[in-house]
Each structure stands twice: as C-alpha cells, then as structure tokens.
Design a protein around this ligand. Structure first.
Ligand SMILES: [Zn+2]
Length: 65
C-alpha cells in the first residue's frame, strides 16, 4: 500500500490520516472529523479508491499497488 497520495503538509495530519485509514480498513465505523458523517471506504478496484464522507470534506485518495 502506498501512502504517497496523502496530505504530507504536516507529519501530524499525515499520521492522523494513516491511523484513520487503518481503522476504516479494519472495519471500524469512523465518523468524519469535520461533519460527523460516516466515512465510507471505497476499496481497491473501485473507480476511485479512497475514504470519503457523504459531504466530501474528507476525501482521502488511496493508491494500491
Ligand atoms: Zn465530512
């Protein structure tokens, strides 16, 4: 798995995103930190793999090798 598509502006947000991704991918229900809506995992093989909420304030693109 390649995290290069993530926001690397700060190490903290990068690590936060990585932790969030791991939780969502392990099947834990997680809410968007901004709107509180559930985060949805778009798995590898879908059109745009990533983790997003319904409103789009969380939009983490994932690249899978
Ligand atoms: Zn949101």
């Amino acid at each position: 798995m390649d995290f290069s598509g993530l926001n690397k502006k700060t190490a903290k947000s990068f690590n936060d995103q990585k932790a969030l991704i791991k939780k969502v991918m392990s099947g834990r229900p997680m809410a968007c930190p901004q709107c509180g809506k559930p985060l949805v995992l778009h798995p590898p093989g879908s059109a745009q793999p990533g983790i997003r909420c319904a409103k789009g304030c969380t939009d983490i693109a994932l690249e899978f090798d």
